[in-house]
Design a protein around this ligand. Sequence first.
Ligand code: GDP
Length: 316
Amino acid sequence: RMLFEALTENFQRSLAALRGLDKITETNIEPTLKEVRRALIDADVNVKVVDILLAAIKEQALNMKVVKGVTPGQQFVKIVYDELIRLLGGDPATSSSKAGASPLPALAESPTKPTVILMAGLQGAGKTTQSAKLARLLQTEKRSRKKVLLVAADVQRPAAVEQLQTLGQQIETEVFIPAMVGTGSVTALEVATRALDYAKQKAFDFMIVDTAGRQVIDERLMEELQQIKRVLSPAEILLVVDGMIGQEAANITRAFHERIGITGAILTKMDGDTRGGAALSIKQISGAPIKFIGVGEKLDKLEKFYPDRMASRILG
Ligand code: GDP
């Protein structure tokens, strides 16, 4: 396994200390655990999450049996790697990144049309862009080919509505905008309600609702999201998180999850050089799976999330 070997190389210095040992003890594992800790902190994993992870790794390391032909160091790296995969929602026994698998992760669907997907997150996280990317994927993926309605529920920022309209045009997707409800002041709740009627009438399979975002977590926004959730009963509530945000991902996830209960997340801007520690924080805090990663500004840059790939990226 190439990947595994690359990982082993990164931890070589501390693993050298494990060489020749026939038993792992509290004392001789300490320098290695410190190095793993540093690697995780470097990858922007939230400190509290790191401690939970390290406790699990330590326990397994102390209990590991010596296997013939495998050094304690190699065994230790496997423990770290497998534990990361598990924490990211994967199963270490099966490689999830099999070629040829569907590019769509499992998404909940409602028994009656439309299935509503509510997008939430801070401003700038990439909500509008991922809404359009997801619409494109649902429309074009050959096992899916769904009829999708995009809904611009950000009534505060006309620019956000225009942005979604522009993106909708690029992928030939209809966009429901506040002006379709009426002129004057229209609330996000009114837009959501009317969009749902419209989607039912026109037999849309999916309705993706792009909500307002604020720069910071804000009480009014949370209330608005709760109301929208109540009237739409979304099958999925996806939290969009900027992958570059690092440690802050933990607080953002907690705030949104407590108020609206997310069913999944999308980690964006993963085309940058971030190591992706935010993924671990999101999963650890909400328990909800990360479903996609955004890997560019273009509308075809949305990929299914693979726990094993992310585990190796985090370990660098
Ligand atoms: P919103 O405020 O949450 O709706 O965020 P936007 O969708 O407007 O995105 C904010 C900025 O991030 C825009 O310039 C997008 O083009 C950019 N963006 C969104 N997703 C990605 C991504 O996966 N990678 C990169 N590099 N940029 C992205």
